[in-house]
Design a protein around this ligand. Sequence first.
Ligand code: UT7
Length: 321
Amino acid sequence: MFSKIIATGSYLPSNILTNQDLEKKVDTTDEWIRSRTGIERRSIADPQQTTSDLGYEAAKKAIDRSGIDKHEIDLIIVGTCTPDVPTPNVGAIIQEKIGLKDFPAFSIEAACSGFVYAMNLANKFILSGDSKCALVIGAETLSRITDWEDRNTCVLFADGAGAAILKPSEDPGIIYSKLGANGAYSDLLYVPYGTSKRPLKEQRNDNFLQMKGNEVFKVAVKTLESIAKDSLKEVNMTSEDIDWFIPHQANIRIIQAVSKRLNIPEKKVIISLTDHGNTSAASIPLALDQSIREGKIKTGDTVLLQSFGAGFTWGTVIIKI
Ligand code: UT7
């Protein structure tokens, strides 16, 4: 028995922020952003839109495309580090927005690895028989925790959501999944305060995502290379068996360095950060859905999903579509 994706969906807010727009806000250039990150534009949520709104829109598309009756869904897991509120969780909020109730719905906070963590968990629910139809979402409004005066970070982060519906199947679906984390790196990428570290009523206008980009870059490349090699070895595969590689979309130079070390040719690597920016937990499901819509990824293809983010957290999923 396997868990198989039966449909995907994604959603991007309509407000597009280009590199040229950013040139007017901070001391940067389109040339610097494109050459150092690969990003050209990104979507930013409207002030009234929350993470659950974005996740709901992506979920709605996945449900419509799947052809299922929405009442078949018996599990919702959302990966996000920008929840609407500390509680209730984004999964429960989206459950209510879809018009469902009475089954587990929760969110997990593993930063950019949120969607891969959620897929891993949903797979376990399905393989144990506890779920027959799981809705897995990655959704973020990173614009809310970005300092729009800090050129080191504001050129990178963006908003969006992606979703996948998983069902049990006798045909191969998720053939491998493994997660990891190392909290020793927590000072390289973090938000300084939360509800516990500093009470909400004392929070000032200084609670933004902080990143030592250069150091994150180096650990990301090394970690992604080593976990991909380990994963492929564990399933007796080589990079030649992979039809498509969807890494977390943080920086085109990280993606190129990792693909080169893994001997995965450029034509098999999905790059969506050009138009999406870094959307954390939403980046992989957005890239997956976009590639399916564009007709690149087809039924029967083997796809390697790889995440890396704050914590540090990381994860791999190898899936047959
Ligand atoms: O999603 C979770 C994981 N996150 C990541 O994987 C992100 C990993 N890191 C990165 O993607 C890259 O490190 C960055 C894109 C954040 C930065 O690129 P970099 O090549 O590592 O640049 P840097 O931080 O070494 O900075 C190089 C120079 C500095 O100037 P000096 O000190 O050489 O004079 C920066 O001040 O570039 C300057 N700089 C900028 N210049 C123009 C930094 N940001 C900008 C900017 N525009 N936006």
